[in-house]
Design a protein around this ligand. Structure first.
Ligand SMILES: CC(C)(COP(=O)(O)OP(=O)(O)OC[C@H]1O[C@@H](n2cnc3c(N)ncnc32)[C@H](O)[C@@H]1OP(=O)(O)O)[C@@H](O)C(=O)NCCC(=O)NCCS
Length: 190
């Protein structure tokens, strides 16, 4: 799986204690992107509470990092015990990094994570005029079916396999190794 990301960027899962980086990323979104991300206007205060809650739930959050700064995010939130095979997915990329393949890479990781957790339905609160997100989803139409009226993506091959679990593990360890290398380089420079 060859991904071309903007130079110096990596995608990895968020670690414990990194919620502030996620919050700051969402707060930096330009007004249009913020509106698209939350399917409506929301305040800074709403965002702070929303991100704090994500840290406490069983959510999987992938971050797109340039250096230590998070510039993009994908969030997969289980809908809870009453809907065991359903989750909500949401994506955000800061404007200067949009249209460079980051959203595609984040969606690919999220689909793999959803599959490995047995989620068959992914809900996305996406405005019907959000053409960019619709284009992005269409790129994955082999794995995902969309109905943008009410929403929903369906992860079709929902059974995890040893290979799909291995792919997630490998991308986690690659993200970890890259982050450690980055940290080491910065410590040597200091
Ligand atoms: C939607 C979003 C996550 C996509 O991320 P991205 O990094 O821009 O996506 P990509 O660069 O991978 O582009 C994905 C596809 O979108 C389409 N696309 C990219 N830029 C576009 C543009 N300016 N206009 C229309 N479609 C566009 C293309 O089809 C592209 O695929 P291609 O490059 O193979 O042709 C990002 O634009 C964003 O954060 N938007 C604001 C928040 C939002 O809408 N979130 C979704 C609600 S859950």
């Amino acid at each position: 799986m060859q991904e071309v990301l903007p130079e110096g960027g990596v995608i990895r899962k968020l670690w414990i204690g990194e919620t502030p980086k996620y919050r700051d990323h969402v707060l930096r979104l330009d007004p249009d992107s913020r509106h698209s991300r939350f399917a409506g206007g929301v305040s800074d205060d709403f965002i702070r509470k929303y991100v704090d809650l994500a840290g406490g739930l069983d959510a999987v959050v992938y971050g797109f990092f340039v250096g230590e700064t998070m510039r993009g995010a994908a969030e997969l939130r289980p809908l809870g015990a009453h809907f065991p095979h359903q989750a909500e997915a949401a994506f955000s990329v800061e404007k200067p990094w949009q249209s460079h393949g980051v959203g595609s890479a984040l969606l690919r990781r999220t689909l793999l994570a959803a599959r490995n957790r047995g989620f068959q339905h992914l809900h996305m609160a996406c405005l019907s005029e959000n053409r960019r997100m619709q284009q992005l989803a269409r790129k994955f139409d082999a794995e995902l079916t969309f109905d943008f009226g009410s929403v929903i993506g369906e992860v079709e091959s929902s059974q995890p396999t040893p290979l799909s679990l291995m792919r997630e593990l490998m991308s986690d360890s690659h993200g970890f190794a890259t982050a450690m290398l980055d940290l080491q380089t910065r410590m040597l420079r200091a």
